[in-house]
Write a protein that binds this ligand. Structure first.
Ligand code: CP
Ligand code: NVA
Length: 307
């Protein structure tokens, strides 16, 4: 595997399945891995709030015998108090890996360029690779296979959608995306995912109508209509996305046992109803838990193995 986890695009399908098989082992035998990262420290630079990403990385690191240091914008005002280059070079003298949650994706790329330790993208405006890896792992765990499975993503073609496109295409999972006009996933990512999907024999399709996208799907996935940093657009987005809600009516067009996924945090009553989020179809909290297990595997691969 490469030094950093910046985008799923840079992982091979073998990297992805190696991470999944290590995740299986970590879930089965927690104690066996309780010292693999002893003496190692992970820095977490977060320019946006977080529940799952922060807690799963901190607890995951602890469970592997290592430590973590959380650095909010109060401490490291990336690029303002100090240049990204100087932050990267300084932190590389103290820690063994850095997770960055930021706005511009270029910040992660730049941090990784100057850091001599692995850099993990903990979400940028463009992508959320840790999320997508945990999501595909969850589908595999629940449905016991990926080939022939179809995931329908309904909503904003955002960072989570971009990473899911790469992850599904590489892992051989079909993906239908239903987004309103002007809110489709990044064109370059979509076309790139189609090329990758051709190799893994998966199909990637774009829809306007969410009811068509969920027809025959095994998994329905959604995310918030307004991502972090887009708060000023919230009122407009509520109108644009109103027909893209995951509700009982939409589920009636899908398979009876369709899995419902959401990266969380959810804006209940907007992109997903309480009724669906709390239904037996919903696996959102298993999905959230798997963030930690999959990231532990990523940490072992990046921080624990000799390069
Ligand atoms: N899904 C996710 O990344 O959640 P947080 O924003 O709470 O970390
Ligand atoms: N698309 C959301 C994901 C949060 C985990 C955001 O960027 O806010």
């Amino acid at each position: 595997m490469k030094k950093d986890l910046i985008s799923v695009a840079y992982l091979t399908d073998k990297d992805i399945f190696d991470i999944f098989s290590l995740t299986d082992k970590l879930k089965k035998n927690k104690t066996k891995y309780s010292k693999v990262l002893a003496g190692k420290t992970l820095a977490l630079i977060f320019q946006k709030p977080s529940n799952r990403t922060r807690v799963s990385f901190e607890v995951g690191m602890h469970q592997l015998g290592g430590d973590s240091v959380y650095l909010s914008s109060q401490e490291i005002n990336l690029g303002v108090r100090e240049s990204i280059e100087d932050v990267a070079k300084t932190l590389s003298r103290y820690v063994d890996g850095i997770v960055l949650r930021t706005f511009a994706h270029q910040n992660v790329v730049e941090l990784a360029k100057y850091a001599t330790v692995p850099v993990i993208n903990g979400l940028s405006d463009f992508s959320h690779p840790c999320q997508a890896l945990a999501d595909v792992y969850t589908v595999k765990e629940k449905l016991k296979k990926l080939k022939g499975i179809t995931l329908a993503y309904v909503g904003d073609g955002n960072n989570v959608c971009n990473s899911l496109l790469y992850a599904c295409a590489k892992a051989g999972l079909n993906m239908n995306v239903a987004s309103p006009k002007g809110y489709e996933p990044d064109g370059g990512v979509f076309e790139g995912a189609k090329v990758l999907a051709a190799k893994s024999k998966a199909k990637i399709n774009l829809f306007k109508n969410p009811l068509e996208a969920v027809k025959g799907a095994d998994v329905i996935y959604t995310d918030v209509w307004t991502s972090m940093g887009q708060e000023k657009e919230a009122a407009k987005r509520k109108k644009v996305f109103k027909d893209y809600q995951i509700n009982k009516h939409l589920l009636s067009f899908a398979k009876k046992n369709v899995l419902v996924m959401h990266c969380l945090p959810a804006h209940r009553g907007e992109e997903i109803t309480d009724e669906v989020m709390d239904s037996k179809n919903s696996v959102v909290f298993d999905q959230a838990e798997n963030r930690m297990h999959v990231q532990k595997a990523v940490l072992i691969k990046l921080l624990g193995e000799k390069k």
